[in-house]
Design a protein around this ligand. Structure first.
Ligand SMILES: [Zn+2]
Length: 210
């Protein structure tokens, strides 16, 4: 195809031609690994660094929506091995995607995390959104993030699974854990059980000053 010649498929992690994500870059993602945050157990598939960071940024900020299938497959493999994560009586596992800011959803043409959750084959409960006025958290420290988020994550009643359902919160990057904690408390307030937070990547604590 002419288009393929002009715009060859490239690995979003390293630029290698011919694949959307090469085996070497995908090797940055391992089985779920517990990271030390208070509250519901948080598991990550990779550190937010190197190829893993590039692939997440490509999905999130560079329009590589085709990577939703790649991440969906990683999540599908991870869910069954999460401790304490059991399917409901119909055999479904439930994912609640962390919310994105409205402007980001518009820019991306939808929530990238909803795309990943759908691609995983799990039941998707789009039950969380940001209220107006939430700033981008980039550059904010932990206490500023909490203040920015305070009261700003809201429930979307139409997206809620049945009360008592055990869900996993899905996020792309966990930095301070403030977003995950705000999301988890909203889900608990709706009568859900949050068995885990599953994130694609986590910023290694101690990597950033302070
Ligand atoms: Zn690569």
């Amino acid at each position: 195809m002419v288009l393929t010649l002009l715009f060859p498929i490239r690995c979003a992690g390293c630029g290698a031609e011919g694949v959307r994500s090469c085996a070497r870059c995908l090797g940055a993602f391992g089985p779920p690994r517990r990271v030390p945050f208070p509250g519901s157990p948080v598991f990550t598939l990779a550190d937010y660094a190197g190829a893993a960071r590039e692939l997440v940024l490509a999905l999130k900020e560079r329009g590589r929506r085709d990577l939703a299938a790649v991440f969906g497959a990683l999540i599908a493999a991870a869910l069954p091995v999460l401790p304490g994560m059991f399917p409901d009586e119909s055999g479904n596992r439930w994912l609640v995607p962390a919310p994105s800011r409205r402007a980001a959803i518009r820019r991306r043409g939808g929530s990238h995390l909803v795309g990943v959750a759908r691609a995983s084959g799990a039941r998707v409960a789009p039950a969380l959104a940001y209220a107006r006025g939430v700033r981008d958290s980039v550059g904010l420290d932990a206490s500023a993030r909490r203040a920015n988020l305070g009261g700003r994550v809201r429930l979307v009643p139409a997206g809620l699974p049945p009360p008592g359902t055990s869900v996993v919160l899905l996020d792309d990057v966990v930095t301070t854990g403030a977003t995950a904690a705000a999301c988890t408390s909203m889900l608990l307030s709706a009568g859900l059980r949050v068995s885990a937070v599953m994130t694609l990547t986590a910023v290694r604590r101690g990597d950033t000053p302070g």
